[in-house]
Design a binder for this molecule. Structure first.
Ligand SMILES: *[C@@H]1O[C@H](CO)[C@@H](O)[C@H](O)[C@H]1NC(C)=O
Ligand SMILES: *[C@@H]1O[C@H](CO)[C@@H](O)[C@H](O)[C@H]1NC(C)=O
Ligand SMILES: *[C@@H]1O[C@H](CO)[C@@H](O)[C@H](O)[C@H]1NC(C)=O
Ligand SMILES: *[C@@H]1O[C@H](CO)[C@@H](O)[C@H](O)[C@H]1NC(C)=O
Ligand SMILES: *[C@@H]1O[C@H](CO)[C@@H](O)[C@H](O)[C@H]1NC(C)=O
Ligand SMILES: *[C@@H]1O[C@H](CO)[C@@H](O)[C@H](O)[C@H]1NC(C)=O
Ligand SMILES: *[C@@H]1O[C@H](CO)[C@@H](O)[C@H](O)[C@H]1NC(C)=O
Ligand SMILES: *[C@@H]1O[C@H](CO)[C@@H](O)[C@H](O)[C@H]1NC(C)=O
Ligand SMILES: *[C@@H]1O[C@H](CO)[C@@H](O)[C@H](O)[C@H]1NC(C)=O
Length: 251
């Protein structure tokens, strides 16, 4: 009788401890993870699911780790594209605004150095309907001058001359907005692509300086919260046609 009672109370105790232990743990992890707030430079409200590299591991979600350099620059690693400077985090519409680190303020000769990260989950340059959140900016090199309302001359900011041995001058332009068939003139090739928050209408009169300042403002990436990441793509790169139907700019 006595030993049976002991055994029973032993079980109850173990079960009770397990329940307390488990619920205590999940509760704490959840509460702490969503309550941590960090700050870096101008970004004061870094909270769940985001976390800083050196925050305690229960803060935020590891997939959303950002790094703070020199106490002022918040970076998100979008490998293989590279690291980007974070300008803003918007928790309401779940976007972050990032700038390519190759771009320098007030120096329109500075170029973006990374190829845009179109899909690097949990970040995506597309919205849920498959549209780009930002506008593509194509860098174009031509062997002859082009007089087109679609092309914005990058001189004197960029002067991509051919090698000095072959004295052949090339002409450099940007085209703002998606490329359509026939947009690329003869003797021209698209050399690079960047993203910017620019509204664009055909024949719009703009300067490369203004395109450069738009690039400096950055572009937007949508953020999938931890429970929203499409399962088929979880933690993976570039399987985008399996995850989202969308059109690729330039094709
Ligand atoms: C910071 O972000 C959290 C999570 O979105 C929000 O609840 C809180 O109000 C924000 N605080 C400030 C000071 O913006
Ligand atoms: C931080 O400072 C170091 C040394 O001054 C510099 O090399 C590095 O590029 C800086 N990092 C950023 C992100 O500005
Ligand atoms: C980082 O910057 C904040 C705000 O500018 C300042 O309060 C803090 O002392 C700085 N930390 C270091 C290690 O420089
Ligand atoms: C998200 O919110 C920010 C700040 O209100 C706004 O500037 C941005 O255009 C919004 N982005 C989208 C895709 O709604
Ligand atoms: C502007 O950017 C170009 C290209 O990166 C660089 O060669 C040049 O030194 C920069 N000018 C200044 C004043 O920083
Ligand atoms: C995606 O962007 C397009 C074009 O800006 C817009 O019409 C559409 O409503 C957006 N979809 C979502 C889910 O936000
Ligand atoms: C470019 O074309 C427009 C009309 O299409 C014309 O008015 C202008 O003179 C041309 N500019 C040059 C430099 O040829
Ligand atoms: C490009 O060539 C033009 C004349 O052919 C020259 O004036 C200019 O300095 C060159 N630019 C560069 C970056 O080499
Ligand atoms: C474009 O804008 C510039 C400066 O704003 C002006 O000098 C030029 O005449 C404009 N060109 C056209 C075709 O409107």
């Amino acid at each position: 009788m006595g030993s049976r009672f002991l055994a029973l109370s032993g079980w109850v105790l173990i079960v009770a401890l397990l329940l307390v232990g488990l619920s205590g743990e999940t509760c704490n992890a959840k509460d702490d993870g969503t309550k941590c707030t960090s700050s870096c430079g101008n970004i004061h409200n870094i909270s769940y699911p985001f976390r800083l590299q050196h925050d305690p591991t229960h803060c935020g979600d590891l997939l959303f780790t950002l790094s703070c350099e020199n106490n002022s620059t918040l970076l998100v690693d979008l490998a293989p594209s590279g690291k980007y400077n974070v300008q803003a985090i918007n928790y309401d519409n779940q976007t972050i605004r990032v700038v390519d680190p190759g771009l320098q303020n007030n120096n329109c000769s500075s170029m973006p150095q990374n190829f845009p990260p179109f899909l690097r989950l949990p970040y995506s340059a597309y919205n849920m309907s498959g549209y780009l959140l930002s506008t593509p900016v194509f860098y174009i090199k031509c062997s002859n001058p082009v007089n087109s309302s679609l092309y914005v001359d990058t001189a004197p900011c960029l002067n991509i001359n051919a090698s000095s041995l072959v004295q052949q001058k090339t002409y450099s332009y940007v085209k703002v907005g998606v490329m359509e068939v026939g947009d690329l003139n003869e003797g021209c090739s698209a050399e690079w692509l960047a993203l910017a928050l620019l509204s664009y209408s055909k024949g719009h009169n703009t300067s490369y300086e203004s395109v450069h300042s738009a690039l400096m403002y950055g572009f937007e990436l949508g953020v999938y919260w931890p429970d929203e990441i499409p399962p088929i793509c979880q933690g993976q790169w570039s399987t985008y046609h399996k995850c989202f139907p969308h059109t690729i700019p330039g094709t």
